[in-house]
Design a protein around this ligand. Structure first.
Ligand SMILES: N[C@@H](CCC(=O)N[C@@H](CS)C(=O)NCC(=O)O)C(=O)O
Length: 151
């Protein structure tokens, strides 16, 4: 996702895809409804919550580890560093930047009990945040091999 084109919070809530800092020709999409930045109106306004659900689920897969992060978050950097110690198969580790996407964090509050980042998913299951990942460090190699995420 192009962080430069992340809309300010108010604009994002209103689903206005107008970006003051837009650079002509740069492709950047709303991560929820995938409208191209620069289009007048997002299509996700009435469907926001189901679109958030689809967005999150589209990132999850049985044999994959998915981290939802924010660029400024030290816990996220630690979680990425911890996981990068493993030899993942191509496409089996994904870091999704949700900076500025409050509705995705609200969704995580409802579905995982917490809205903090990182939100770490092993397969389709949220195991929590960085501290939870750290706690399961011993069992992690077996777990990652079990789901088929490692080389
Ligand atoms: N115990 C959590 C702490 C995570 C945390 O506090 N993350 C901060 C960002 S560094 C956060 O999500 N704050 C709320 C927010 O950004 O909305 C973990 O280990 O993952």
């Amino acid at each position: 996702m192009c962080k430069r084109l992340q809309p300010p919070r108010e604009e994002f809530s209103g689903r206005k895809a107008v970006y003051s800092s837009q650079i002509p020709g740069t492709e950047c999409y709303c991560p929820i409804c995938f409208v191209l930045a620069g289009e007048e109106q997002h299509s996700c306004s009435p469907l926001a919550s189901s679109m958030v659900d689809s967005f999150v689920k589209s990132k999850l897969r049985d044999n994959k580890v998915t981290l939802f992060v924010k660029g400024s978050c030290p816990y996220c950097r630690n979680a990425i560093a911890l996981l990068k110690e493993f030899d993942f198969l191509p496409g089996c580790l994904e870091v999704v930047d949700i900076t500025g996407m409050d509705d995705v964090q609200d969704y995580f509050q409802q579905t995982t009990g917490q809205r903090t980042v990182p939100r770490v998913f092993i397969g389709n299951t949220c195991i929590g945040g960085f501290s939870d990942l750290q706690k399961m460090q011993q069992e992690l190699p077996t777990k990652l091999r079990q789901i088929g995420a490692l080389v």
